[in-house]
Design a binder for this molecule. Structure first.
Ligand code: NAD
Ligand code: APR
Ligand code: ZN
Length: 242
């Protein structure tokens, strides 16, 4: 290393929160795959599922919201917050995660492309509220008072992820792209590294427990547990910029 980067963009996935005790989506060898165990994706994470059985979907996200609230940021989250606070160049996190562990570790430059468990959106008036309380078909919107109109502010399969124009601007300007704790199997996030590689001077690094589906697209690869490899990589960045 030894060079200074002007725009560091960091994509994080479920793997960065795994050591905070939050299940990932596709861990190998999991029954039904981590978070989905016991539920089919089609029954809890699509707009049609919500139309068919809103109570099942509310209960699925209430359970995930409570688990996220009981979790604590781990050393990987704290290392990224330290990088944003101490590094001279821009540091921007784009997370696929819907927990608030990056915020609670102190990160501020943060885009949640799949939404946030702490937010709910009114399908009647469009307002977005922040609340840690459970959601149900009996909950009323604080803005328009409609009962039963609130849905989790989560991007479901078949829906368009949030802030893609903003994300593309960051990727176009990026000279260091870190991909942390994601299997690289879900688009458009899995294609972000392809956008960065259009800049021949940009460095792409994968930090994961094991090679992801997109591992060949990265110039550097570091494998291990996020709470170990991320702080170590951040320390190198902070010690080496000139
Ligand atoms: P998806 O995985 O089905 O694919 C997203 C889009 O990328 C689709 O248009 C798909 O056609 C395209 N795509 C898939 N594989 C591709 C490839 N190899 N090359 C190029 N394009 C490819 O995701 P989705 O159904 O569009 O879901 C939208 C978003 O919702 C996803 O990013 C997903 O992560 C998110 N989501 C969130 C949750 C949650 O609980 N947070 C649950 C489910 C889905
Ligand atoms: N340290 C680092 N990486 C880890 C750890 C760990 N302790 N534990 C697991 N991982 C890695 C796994 O090897 C895997 O590659 O994290 C990755 C988790 O992959 P997924 O479970 O597929 O999660 P993610 O990539 O975030 O899924 C993307 O799919 O269902 C949608 O919207 C959902 O945001 C999610 C998206
Ligand atoms: Zn409303």
């Amino acid at each position: 290393m030894g060079e200074r980067f002007d725009h560091i963009v960091i994509l994080t996935g479920a793997g960065i929160s795994a050591e905070s005790g939050l299940d990932t989506f596709r861990d190998k060898g999991r029954d039904g795959g981590g978070i989905w165990s016991g539920h089919a994706v089609e029954d809890v994470a699509t707009p049609d599922a919500f139309r068919r059985n809103p109570t099942l979907v509310h209960n699925f996200y209430n359970m995930r919201r409570r688990a996220a609230r009981a979790a604590e940021p781990n050393d990987a989250h704290h290392a990224l917050a330290r990088l944003e606070a101490c590094y001279p160049g821009d540091v921007q996190i784009i997370t696929q995660n819907v927990d608030d562990l990056h915020e609670r570790a102190g990160s501020r430059n943060l885009i949640h492309m799949h939404g946030e468990l702490r937010k709910r959106r009114c399908t009647a008036c469009g307002s977005i509220e922040i609340s840690d309380s459970d959601l149900s078909v009996h909950t009323s919107c604080a803005a328009c008072l409609t009962q039963g109109s609130l849905r989790p502010h989560i991007v479901w399969f078949g829906e368009i992820p949030l802030d893609l124009a903003d994300i593309t601007r960051h990727l176009d300007a990026c000279d260091l792209f870190l991909s942390i704790g994601t299997s690289g199997t879900v688009y458009p996030a899995a294609g972000f590294v392809d956008i960065v590689r259009q800049n021949p001077d940009a460095l792409t690094v994968e930090l994961n427990l094991e090679p992801s589906a997109g591992e060949t697209k990265f110039q550097q690869k570091i494998y291990g547990k996020a709470r170990e490899i991320v702080p170590s990589y951040v320390n190198q960045l902070l010690q080496s910029y000139v």
